[in-house]
Design a protein around this ligand. Structure first.
Ligand code: FES
Ligand SMILES: [Fe+2]
Length: 457
């Protein structure tokens, strides 16, 4: 193969799977988009050096749009959450029915942090000397106010970061000169217009501190190349090496991996029934009792993907509100993993959408917080449930201990077996370099190219 020119040449390609879909596939999924970022190795210091981390803290985090929470977490006026990033802290709150604001979580008097965690507030108050603010951040009362006659009016109002929303998510940016969120997100809103994450609710939210740099954790979820060694149990129904990797502008890329089709690493010997059975087992689904559904590979007269797509489509129609008749097999089965620079990764498609976020843990170069959300469509006839609060796992609690992550939990535990050891191995590196595959790891290279541009600017 000429890796410089194109994708890894496993056959069929992901686009071939799309063209064989039982339903018409939208054009934006068919479009392939590659970009060449060269093939220079990455220095391990990117992951291990406190100096490099500090440059990220100064030049990257204050200038990017960051997903801070779901809008549904700020449903009522006064609902507030605290968002923290490399030593900065923000109060993100609904200040009026149509307005969400983000205040620096620091008292303009002598700096006390104002809020510790989520809550519903009628006003903001500092517990140190009792300054008070309205929900729009304007200072409302100051004990012994005359003692501050030398401070200009407005100087005790709470400074704000920019806030914007997309897809039911709230984003924050500290940089007043940054592009608008809709420009920053590029093609993302157009792609997700079909999947409407704003209509979903946060059914699951789990986090865990991991002993590795935030980029080590994130990059473990940016390619399907690791499936062969890290998740071999899914090879029968995961077309890992056939995956497509698309670079979709400065801040967005995606990885499309077909499920319900076997890995080419297994050769041609995989029976279709083994692919269907393996996929069904992973989904925790039993085959329908109807005779025509007992042997899905053969009975539907189509591919395993068409059969599985039909099964999931039927199940969705029974379970979730909405019309699923035009959902493609791909959108019901596949991993459509988008990444938005620097650390937000929503899955596209119609299956319950996974959302990842990775953040440094304070200012520790070798520790991070990984969070997983699952967004679900509303149930048939159901009212919108309250969003799930974050459940933070302890150091010895595996992801598989979360009952709401029956499929994903054990898989992430396999990824977790790598991450701290990657960090340790990078620190012990004999080459000082990380070498990336030209195509299958191209999203990681895109990420670092984007980061380099910001750090140098
Ligand atoms: S530090 Fe907040 S009122 Fe004094
Ligand atoms: Fe993985």
């Amino acid at each position: 193969m000429s890796a410089v020119e194109g994708r890894w040449p496993a056959s069929p390609s992901y686009s071939d799977y799309l063209r064989a879909d039982s339903h018409p596939v939208p054009e934006f999924l068919l479009q392939e988009s590659r970009r060449d970022f060269g093939c220079a190795p990455l220095a391990v210091e990117r992951y291990t050096s406190q100096t490099f981390f500090d440059r990220e803290a100064e030049r990257l985090w204050p200038r990017v749009w960051q997903m801070v929470c779901r809008e549904e977490e700020l449903r009522e006026v006064g609902d507030a959450i605290v968002y923290e990033i490399v030593g900065k802290s923000f109060i993100v709150l609904r200040s009026a029915p149509g307005s969400i604001r983000a205040f620096y979580n620091s008292c303009p008097h002598r700096g006390r942090k104002l809020l510790d965690g989520p809550g519903r507030l009628s006003r903001l108050r500092c517990a140190f000397h009792g300054f008070r603010w309205r929900l729009d951040g304007c200072v409302e009362s100051i004990p012994c106010e005359g003692d501050f006659a030398h401070v200009a009016a407005g100087d005790f109002d709470l400074p704000e970061a920019r806030v914007a929303c997309w897809g039911g998510f709230v984003f924050l940016n500290m940089d007043r000169n940054a592009p608008a969120l809709e420009d920053y997100l590029g093609v993302l809103p157009a792609h997700f217009a079909r999947w409407r994450l704003e209509d979903r609710y946060k059914a699951v939210h789990v986090g865990k501190v991991i002993a590795c740099n935030w980029k080590v954790a994130q990059e473990a979820f940016m390619e399907s190349y690791h499936v062969i060694a890290t998740h071999p149990q899914i090879l029968k129904f995961c077309a890992d090496a056939n995956s497509r990797y698309d670079i979709l502008g400065d801040n967005v890329n995606r990885n499309l991996t077909a499920f319900g089709a076997p890995s080419p690493h297994l050769g041609a010997a995989v029976e279709e029934s083994a692919t269907v059975d393996g996929m069904l087992e992973m989904l925790g689904r039993k085959r329908d009792a109807a005779p025509q559904n007992r042997t899905p590979g053969a009975s539907a007269g189509g591919s395993p993907r068409a059969t599985l797509g039909a099964l999931v489509r039927r199940s969705f129609s029974r379970t979730y509100a909405g019309d699923w008749s035009r959902a493609t097999d791909a959108e019901l089965l596949d991993a459509m993993v988008y990444n938005v620079f620097p650390n937000f990764s929503p899955w596209g498609g119609f299956a319950p959408n996974i959302v990842y976020r990775w953040r440094p843990n304070g200012r520790d170069v070798a520790s991070c917080l990984m969070e997983v959300m699952i967004l679900k469509p509303l149930g048939v006839g159901a009212v919108r449930p309250d969003p799930a609060p974050l459940r933070l796992l302890g150091p010895d609690e595996p992801w598989s201990s979360v009952a709401e992550l029956p499929i994903l939990g054990p898989v992430i535990d396999q990824d977790m077996q790598n991450m701290p050891l990657v960090q340790q191995g990078l620190a012990a590196s004999g080459t000082g370099r990380v070498q990336l595959g030209r195509y299958q790891e191209s999203r990681i290279r895109h990420f670092h190219a984007r980061m380099d541009a910001l750090l140098a600017d």
